[in-house]
Design a protein around this ligand. Structure first.
Ligand code: HAS
Length: 555
């Protein structure tokens, strides 16, 4: 197989920039709205604040989860995917038009879903667990968002296919390969939630079905829900593997290792949803055990990533003259926010990942499940590791797309933003972890639980969460300010789109990495092996389904 330059770079036209920026702008609007909801939540949970105008806590919590967990992430990721594909394999006029169709379908779906939540007709949280029922427009809106995201993924696949036709026998650019894996993962995973929404939730919420199979709906949700977290994580890994080395003046440690870790994510991120259902009755413990084993397999590509990044950092630091055991560390560009923000994200993933391993361990899950520990876990992983990396990407991507420069002043402001985020999140997420270990529940408004003894131990940590949450909200305001500056007001100029090349002495990438049929085949076999029997069992042996509950109960 011929080796192509890893840094194959194509110019991005104004029309393309407009498309990519549209996706990314929705993400930043979502950040502001979702962040404000987060602030209200921590205030309510401190016990010192009640929501005005009869606004319901669970309505606010639903906006927070849906808009940050589903809207912000999906739009930013699709905008980032398109930029990477546009830069490495190109986009045709027709593909761009279809990408706009995807965007508007997603926007329509988002508006439908958001309206139902704001009208108080869908306070069902982002997991929309049955038997809580939302207005049908909530589910229809979600289905539209998913359909739009599929269309965007199909465009990405066709972009790679066109490139491959024109470059027969060459390996695909690393970033295009990674985007293809992530869109495949998303498509296969979201089939589960699409089936739940179309076959179960929509007919049930419209009144065509009287009851719903609760266990089946949750199983289909988590079939989607866990790979969802890797759909968030992999774009961060794309930046860690292929962008950060260029920013620090280094090279990619190994193209093959990076591809292998992405392929392993495709295999192991989907057949593991039961680790979210370890306390759920109705699923045989053998199948839970099998999926826990597979969960431990999905840790391996993250450990490979950690190893590869350490290697890149050390090699680059030493090349720059770093001496001794840790001298290389000082040579990293600490004053460059494009590096610092994602680096803090990497550091946060060390305790974040360790927390995940605790969650996945069956016995320990019994201690933390449904406590606010889990909320602490995902604020470290998605809200710190992933978000700080997305911010790090924004500092070069937005000026690149807008034909502007990241000025030293904005760089400094970005560093302050990253520090504020780190301090706020350390306080908030730390307090959540500890309160969770003391039994504090998640997904719940403030309550004194009839003056129970245990509750006293939680109050101090809930206050700490309010303090951490307030600091974080300041971080959000600052980030939105930087986004506006970078988009509209930063001086005109050219900002680099930093794509790294591989170390010269790395082994060539084996051709079998392009064997997509093999990767998809193994993924499907693993999914069928982990899910067929338990899902049949759930369908055949579930108790009678549940009638709907509307929130507030008795409405
Ligand atoms: Fe998780 C619950 C298990 C990773 C997000 N997780 C959640 C929920 C979310 C979430 C949103 O098994 C809540 C869902 C809900 O609403 O109920 N999680 C794991 C495991 C991992 C993991 C095993 N989670 C993530 C990531 C997320 C995320 C990533 C978002 C992006 N999680 C669980 C389980 C639950 C759960 C259970 C259910 C709990 C329950 O009972 O409800 C693993 O993927 C983690 C592996 C990661 C590592 C870390 C590798 C470290 C790296 C950094 C290297 C640092 C460097 C810095 C290089 C092993 C790669 C260099 C430093 C120098 C000094 C130079």
């Amino acid at each position: 197989m011929k080796e192509t330059k890893l840094t194959q770079e194509l110019p991005i036209s104004k029309q393309e920039s407009k498309l990519y920026m549209s996706y990314i702008s929705v993400a930043f609007i979502a950040l502001l709205i979702g962040g404000l909801m987060g602030l209200l939540q921590v205030f309510v949970r401190s016990g010192k604040f009640t929501l005005p105008f009869g606004i319901d806590y669970y309505q606010v919590l639903t906006v927070h989860g849906v808009i940050l967990g589903l809207v912000l992430t999906t739009y930013f990721i699709i905008g980032f995917h398109f930029s990477l594909m546009g830069k490495t394999v190109g986009i045709s006029l027709k593909q761009r038009r279809v990408a706009w169709v995807a965007f508007w379908i997603m926007v329509m779906g988002t508006i439908m879903t958001a309206t139902t939540i704001l009208l108080g007709e869908a306070s069902v949280l982002y997991t929309f667990y049955a038997p809580l029922r939302a207005h049908p427009a909530f589910y229809i809106g979600l289905a539209l968002v998913i359909i739009g995201s599929w269309i965007a993924g199909f465009v990405n696949w066709s972009q790679l296919a066109v490139w491959k036709k024109a470059h027969r026998g060459e390996k695909s650019p690393l970033l295009a390969f990674m985007v293809t894996i992530n869109t495949l993962l998303w498509f296969i995973a979201s089939l589960g939630v699409a089936v739940a929404v179309l076959v179960q939730f929509i007919p049930w919420s419209l009144g065509y079905a009287e009851t719903i199979n609760v266990l089946l709906s949750r199983t289909l949700f988590w079939y989607f829900g866990h790979p969802l977290v890797y759909f968030w994580l992999l774009p961060a890994y794309m930046a860690w593997y292929a962008i950060i080395p260029k920013i620090i003046g280094g090279k990619i440690f190994s193209d093959s290792l990076a591809r292998l870790s992405f392929v392993l994510f495709l295999f192991f991120s989907i057949p593991v949803g039961f680790h979210h259902q370890l306390t759920e009755p109705g699923i045989d413990s053998t199948w839970k055990f099998i999926q826990v084993v597979l969960t431990f397999m999905v840790i391996i590509p993250s450990l490979m990533t950690a190893f590869s990044l350490f290697a890149t950092f050390e090699t680059t630091g030493r090349r720059k003259g770093g001496k001794g055991l840790f001298g290389w560390f000082k040579k990293l560009p600490w004053k460059d926010v494009r590096f610092l923000a994602p680096f803090i994200g990497m550091l946060a993933f060390i305790p974040g990942g360790a927390g995940g391993i605790i969650n996945a361990s069956h016995q320990m899950n019994a201690v933390v499940h449904n406590t606010i520990w889990v909320t602490g876990h995902f604020h470290l992983t998605v809200a710190t590791t992933v978000m700080l990396t997305f911010f790090g990407i924004s500092y070069w991507l937005i000026p690149h797309l807008r034909g502007r420069k990241l000025t030293p002043k904005l760089n400094r402001l970005g560093i302050i933003q990253a520090i504020i985020w780190t301090v706020g999140m350390a306080i908030m997420s730390g307090a959540m972890h500890i309160e969770g270990l003391l039994g504090g529940p998640r997904r719940s408004s403030f309550s004194e639980y009839g003056g129970g003894e245990q509750v006293h131990a939680w109050i101090g940590y809930q206050m700490a969460q309010a303090i951490g949450g307030t600091i974080l909200f300041i971080g959000i305001i600052l980030m939105v300010f930087i986004f506006i500056k970078l988009t509209f007001f930063a001086p005109k100029g050219e900002e680099d789109f930093p794509i790294a090349s591989e170390e010269e002495d790395a082994e060539p990438t084996p051709p079998w990495f392009e064997n997509w049929k093999l990767w998809i085949g193994i993924t499907v076999v693993l999914i069928l092996a982990a899910y067929s029997v338990p899902v049949m069992d759930i369908i055949q042996h579930s108790p009678v389904g549940s009638a709907p509950f509307d929130w507030p109960i008795g409405r």
